[in-house]
Design a protein around this ligand. Sequence first.
Ligand code: AMP
Length: 430
Amino acid sequence: MLLCITKRNMIDMFRPVRGMKDLFGSDIDRYQFIINKAIDIGKKYGFLHISTPILEHTDVFKRSIGDETDVVSKEMYTFEDRGGESLTLRPEGTAGVVRAIVSESLYQNLPVKLMYHGEMFRYDRPQKGRYRQFRQLGFEHIGEKNPYIDALTIAMGNEILHAIGVFDFRIFINTLGDDETRTNYTKALVKYLSRHKDSLSKESQIRLDKNPMRILDSKDKMDNEICSMAPLIVDYISKEAGNYFEKVCMLLDKIDINYDVDNFLVRGLDYYSHTAFEFKSIKEGSQNALGGGGRYDKLLKMFGGPDVSGIGFAFGVERLMLHMQKEHFDKRIKTAVIPVSDNENDIAFETLISLHNAGLNAEIILGGNISKKMKHAHRQNCDIAVIIGEDEIADNKVTVKFMQQNDIDNKMKSIHRGVLIPFLKDAYNI
Ligand code: AMP
């Protein structure tokens, strides 16, 4: 009894940390399917891969994302390492990629187009689709400031969603304007919000002095109500920024990409200017933000790099997994090679190797009687069983059983060993 309790306690003790989950089985297959598709599409658009460290100096995020954002002020995993340096587990990918472009002098050959994927960490309130460790898939295009690039970037995101089987989504875009726009808009916003200061949340009252635009993405109900009547950035847009945005919209129209202009879209991070966009699922449920991004003008300079603009976006991979259509996910067929008894093990082993050499997914199932082996194949989600018994060997044949087939006539086929590979390739559709 005592042993039992201790075991239970140990299992509880070693559960994953809250908001962090093990990824395995078909989830991992789906994850890899998404990443592979996105990488193929990224390559088509000229993006190269980059992998940056998960840990960065805390200032990398504080300076770029902004002290007053929720991400920096509430959600970062920050700690001192043994040498007393303040380090942070990356909460998003752009800051680290831009830091790497500067540290590695990659900006010497502009434009630089980089894609990344990997774990991000935010001390968020965990729920379905919202985790403390989650994965992002992102793209950064640095060194070209042009509405054509903004439209292309959004088009690439749109193409990735379709390629992985996410169809029920809308694209929302807005412009955050240039410096002139922001200076004029901030003045108007502060004037308006100051009139409602006493009704704003404590946090927003502080932000009113430090970074008023952040109040627009406050999660507080009363703040939201006040903000719904606030002046809109669109009314303060400079001529130049207005023309830029108009051109982006025109280009999207030209390539038949549907979008909605959302004047309230400001994005939760400080570094954006000009085009900002989000991909949102239209399915019910709170976790409908699939991804988003925008143009940033000052980020490279902030890290000591040249004064060039960039544009980027990131998808939340868990969100994509949640919203992709299952039938779109091309699960690869798996074959079980099953010797009826130990006497057929050698031939089954050779058969397995020949299937692997032909590029087919296959496993050998050994041990126990045939019914135990068939059950094992079912549990492993095998689609096809290649059964090799005494009779099959005598006739130089194998019995192929389609595990998911209900039609009795088509469930089993006896075929010549010499044609097994073309037969399976046909079944695998390759
Ligand atoms: P953001 O950098 O906040 O714009 O996030 C980009 C995307 O990452 C979002 O649209 C979500 O799809 C995803 N994401 C952000 N936070 C989380 C989280 N805590 N858990 C899962 N996915 C997230």
